[in-house]
Design a binder for this molecule. Structure first.
Ligand code: MG
Length: 369
């Protein structure tokens, strides 16, 4: 059955933050999200494209989605993976010339997510059931609390424990003293046993990374995410060989060949494509099935649709990892839609409704539009 796409619409959401979210490269001052809605034969699906950085990314995204519209209208939504790989191949040359594989993949990711939601509604089945062979789906997936430090360490750790979460990820790369204050702050609240991961957002040079991975490992940090500037597989392999560090990464990798190369890294414990940014649902699912030992733990720092997409992906993955749950305020994730929630055991039940399983609240959406 063919499903010719007949509409593409976008909605820009923003929500002011009471407190900035510090990152090792730049603070996030406002929550932003661009929802992408694709229609075919009277059915619609909604996805999200990542526009966290830079602050004007939403303007670029509107233009890019507008540019992609003529390629989408009339295209077949029945096989999203084939549609996305076809579009990526067709646009590869122009993206290279533009120097913008990132923005292009980010736009395609939002479209792809919308098409999977649409397809779920057409078939009356959750996205997780449509991925892979449709049999290896979990009913719940574990979530860790993300975004702890360098500010709000005790408060955010307490929030994670109150939610029942069974692991935490700290932000590092702010200098040794600050990073050690963060890990000590987490341990002071959560004790020595809680699994803790560390995300450097590519802040370290090789020598600093070797030192910090060794120092933080003494505090029981279980994985090191994007430890190196550039994050080239050879450099990561050298870091892992020198320190024994388990590596996580993938939120800034674009295209199937680059992910395939990353997956050859023996020290890669978790691969982290982002369904709203780098890989949509189609390529994220493919990455999770590539040869290797890394578990699929998608990057998720966006709204409700991205979190839902992550949950479906991990539920269907042959090597399921963790769901990233940002602990800081984000009404674009928590308030605009129902259908997703964390159980008291720290697991997120996989939505059983069609598509991504979200129901948007029109009034709340309008308020943030
Ligand atoms: Mg990260």
């Amino acid at each position: 059955m063919k499903l010719p796409i007949d509409s593409l619409s976008v909605r820009v959401l923003s929500a002011p933050l009471r407190e900035q979210v510090p990152m090792s490269f730049s603070a996030l001052t406002e929550r932003r999200s661009v929802l992408v809605t694709v229609g075919a034969g009277g059915v619609t699906g909604t996805g999200e494209t990542w526009v966290n950085y830079p602050g004007w990314a939403w303007r670029e995204r509107l233009a890019t989605l507008d540019g992609l519209r003529p390629l989408l209208i009339g295209a077949d939504a029945a096989d999203p993976a084939a549609l996305m790989s076809g579009l990526a191949a067709r646009l590869h040359g122009v993206a290279r010339q533009w120097g913008a594989p990132g923005p292009l993949w980010q736009a395609l990711s939002g479209i792809d997510m919308a098409i999977w939601d649409l397809l779920g509604h057409v078939h009356g089945r959750p996205v997780a059931d449509l991925l892979g062979n449709g049999t290896a789906t979990a009913t719940r997936v574990p979530a860790y609390g993300s975004g702890v430090g360098p500010t709000g360490v005790a408060e955010l750790t307490e929030r994670a424990l109150e939610l029942g979460l069974t692991a935490i990820k700290i932000k590092v790369g702010f200098g040794e003293e600050t990073d050690l204050t963060t890990i000590r702050g987490v341990r002071a609240v959560a004790g020595p046993g809680l699994p803790v991961f560390a995300d450097a957002n590519q802040a370290w040079d090789p020598a600093t990374a070797r030192h910090m991975c060794t120092v933080l490992a003494e505090h029981g940090v279980a994985w090191f995410e994007e430890p190196l500037a550039g994050d080239r597989p050879d450099d990561l392999a050298a870091l892992a060989a020198a320190t024994g560090a388990a590596i996580a990464g993938g939120e800034n990798v674009y295209g199937a060949p680059a992910y395939a190369e990353l997956m050859t890294l023996p020290a890669l414990a978790h691969v982290q494509p982002d369904p709203s940014k780098t890989a949509g649902i189609s390529l994220s699912d493919e990455i999770g099935r590539m040869p290797g030992t890394a578990k699929l733990s998608p990057h998720c720092y966006g709204g409700a649709a991205t979190l839902a997409a992550s949950v479906h992906l991990v539920a269907a993955a042959p090597r399921p990892g963790w769901i990233e749950l940002d602990l800081r305020e984000n009404p674009l994730r928590t308030d605009v839609a129902t259908g997703l929630g964390v159980g008291s055991d720290g697991f997120i039940p996989v939505p059983t409704g069609p598509g991504l399983g979200l129901t948007y609240d029109r009034r709340t959406l309008d308020r943030y539009t």
